[in-house]
Design a binder for this molecule. Structure first.
Ligand SMILES: NC(=O)c1ccc[n+]([C@@H]2O[C@H](COP(=O)([O-])OP(=O)(O)OC[C@H]3O[C@@H](n4cnc5c(N)ncnc54)[C@H](OP(=O)(O)O)[C@@H]3O)[C@@H](O)[C@H]2O)c1
Length: 337
């Protein structure tokens, strides 16, 4: 289903909003994939140890998250062969079959150094992902991260091959620097394939792409910046704080230390205030809207259930004012390095 093709949808707070309008449809790079300027991340799907899959949430929750997202016009789902050792791809494939609707599937090649010395391992990896997803073609196939033992030219050649095979529609990279992105784009261009995207960490609490040249390079060469961890792994939703730290692995992360949570609280408070001025938008919705508003940026917040999917989709269909953006810019200056 093309985003923008009809129907109102639930916002998660009982009210309805219209689906994204045509102006809110984004084309990923020059690869022709058209999606709402928001996707769904599925790292947590099937990840027991890291995210609590099977304990806090299960397959039914994920199927509901998929249905709710599609209802909201959010059709892009980002997975990876690495997530849950293939379980994320399996769960996404099953949920999409149950929903019975068209979606745009992005997955990633994990360049294991000990198993995959050659770029041609990509053909085998694509076959595995297709099998787990239960589909005949992957819409966006990305290299998960750069690894020095693989030459960029060799990897891009292998990506162009799977496009030529008809197994992949568009190709992207992830965690690439500005210079690596340019080199990838040039190598693909020699084979007549556009580089569609570079997926990097980007949020109000991680603004490095603005200063390390990645955002500027993507814009200059027409590559979409897919923003991962756009909610700073839940911190920007406002549910965590010095007195409410998450359990599990996040507790050990510097960004979830009591000190850093304290440092982030003025940002969360500003998000809360701005959200109130927009009829009760949540801090997370405001944080996502800040990314959506930027040309060529596409956030993919992770969602574990229907409630989170509906809430995240509520970042669409409205816009922060310039003054609000300026205020958010000021309060997050120290997150720009
Ligand atoms: N390419 C890469 O190297 C790379 C790296 C990381 C991520 N990614 C991709 O980016 C996606 C998103 O990043 P992420 O999962 O790291 O972080 P995120 O999107 O910033 O945060 C996701 C987490 O925040 C919480 N959350 C989400 N929506 C919420 C809501 N509406 N209300 C309350 N809590 C909410 C959930 O965790 P809790 O409920 O447990 O708090 C959820 O798992 C991933 O799923 C993956 O597809 C890619």
């Amino acid at each position: 289903m093309a985003p923008g093709a009809g129907r109102g949808h639930a916002r998660g707070d009982g009210r309805t909003m219209s689906v994204p309008t045509v102006e809110e449809v984004l084309t990923i790079g020059q690869g022709g994939l058209r999606v709402a300027p928001l996707g769904v991340g599925t790292w947590a799907w099937g990840e027991r140890r890291l995210w609590g899959y099977g304990v806090e949430y299960g397959e039914e929750d994920l199927a509901a998250a998929v249905r709710t997202s599609l209802d909201a016009g959010v059709t892009l789902f980002d997975t990876a062969e690495f997530y849950g050792r293939g379980e994320s791809e399996r769960l996404l494939g099953r949920s999409l079959r149950r929903a019975g609707r068209h979606a745009v599937i992005a997955t990633k090649f994990f360049p294991w150094p000990w198993r995959r010395f050659e770029p041609r391992a990509i053909r085998r990896a694509v076959a595995g992902s297709l099998r787990r997803l239960g589909t005949e073609r992957i819409d966006l196939y990305q290299i998960h991260f750069p690894l020095p033992i693989f030459s960029i030219a060799g990897l891009m050649d292998a990506l162009a091959d799977v496009v030529a095979d008809g197994k992949v529609r568009a190709v992207g990279v992830s965690n690439y620097t500005a210079e690596q992105t340019r080199r990838a784009q040039e190598a693909l261009a020699r084979r007549g394939v556009p580089l569609a995207s570079n997926q990097v960490q980007y949020s109000l609490l991680w603004r490095r792409p603005e200063v390390d040249g990645v955002l500027a390079a993507c814009r200059e060469i027409g590559v979409t910046l897919i923003a991962y961890s756009p909610l700073a792994q839940g911190l920007l939703t406002g549910k965590y704080g010095p007195a409410a730290r998450p359990g599990g692995w996040r507790r050990a992360f510097p960004s979830f230390s009591a000190a850093n949570l304290g440092r982030a609280m003025p940002v969360v408070e500003l998000l809360r205030g701005i959200g109130a001025d927009h009829g009760g938008k949540t801090p997370g919705q405001v944080a996502l809207n800040w990314l959506i508003r930027q040309p060529g940026v596409l956030p993919i917040p992770g969602a574990k259930n229907e409630r989170q999917a509906a809430s995240n989709a509520g970042a669409l269909g409205w816009s922060l004012t310039d003054a609000e953006v300026a205020a958010l810019d000021r309060v997050t200056q120290s997150w720009r390095q």
